[in-house]
Design a protein around this ligand. Structure first.
Ligand code: FPP
Length: 252
């Protein structure tokens, strides 16, 4: 059974919402609050991540059904390696099971899976699964799902600067070619529109090294819910709040 709808019309509620409000093309989600969710229940933090991974599946499918074109989820930052070994190990296990599941069970879905972040930080097995997921979904025409893993926006920017310097040095580009557009093309999100909306559950008012360059004109919705408690109705609410915003991009 296909987990993700073939198009937004597969889901009446999602399609109805798309007809009612102006949807963001690109949504980012900082999936925060797993640890607190577990702590509130006297459970180990990894139990929160397990629950969070289930919510990630539900919301990804729903975003695709609603008609979102690009969804970027922050799954593991360049700073998250500092967490206890047991917690990092549990997260790697969750990534592995999701990526295997996506390869084996989601063959008929239309989601394009992409990774943003430095793959080389992961085990050879995980790297292989990441590449296989990208390659096997590249031909699809549905929502692009960017999973940010070993991702840090400052790291992404430094890498872009180094690549630009190397290309100027080799003569591939000239210094005068450097522009905002060219810089964007050196980021992991090259070719994709900037996020229109970033949702952060768990009530924290922080960007946490997520899409710093890309979010120059992004609308933020902070929600007072921990990620494992986040529902489709919360996603709808964030979309409705976004639709009420008056985006001026520095103009009047
Ligand atoms: C932040 O919450 C969450 C993370 C560092 C991990 C997010 C990962 C998932 C939701 C699993 C995703 C799974 C797949 C398959 C992509 P936190 O631990 O910092 O929570 P806290 O602020 O309450 O401690």
């Amino acid at each position: 059974m296909a987990l993700f709808g073939k198009n937004k019309k597969d889901n009446a509620a999602g399609a109805a919402l798309a007809e009612e409000i102006v949807l963001p093309k690109h949504v980012g989600i900082i999936m925060d609050g797993n640890g607190r969710w577990a702590k509130n229940r006297g459970l180990p933090r990894k139990a929160g991540h397990r629950e969070g991974a289930q919510v990630f599946r539900t919301i990804t499918r729903y975003a695709s059904e609603v008609g979102i074109r690009y969804l970027t989820v922050y799954a593991f930052s360049t700073e998250n390696w500092k967490r206890p070994e047991d917690e990092v190990g549990a997260l790697m296990g969750l990534f592995k099971s999701y990526l295997k599941e996506a390869l084996e069970d989601f063959k008929d879905d239309d989601i394009v899976v992409r990774f943003i972040g430095e793959k080389s930080g992961f085990s050879p097995e995980l790297q292989k699964l990441m590449t296989e997921n990208e390659e096997s979904s590249a031909y699809r025409d549905g929502m692009v799902l960017n999973i940010a893993m070993n991702y840090g926006s400052r790291d992404e920017i430094v890498r872009a600067v180094k690549s630009i310097c190397a290309d100027v040095k080799s003569g591939r580009i000239g210094e005068s070619d450097i522009s905002e557009q060219l810089f964007s093309d050196y980021l992991y999100t090259a070719g994709q529109p900037d996020p229109d909306l970033i949702i952060r559950p768990s009530g924290e008012y922080r960007i946490s090294n997520f899409m710093l360059w890309q979010s120059a004109y992004t609308e933020f919705v902070i929600m007072n819910k921990l990620w494992p408690d986040f529902t489709k109705a919360d996603f709808d609410e964030a979309l409705r709040l976004y639709a009420q915003r008056n985006r001026r991009y520095g103009g009047v």
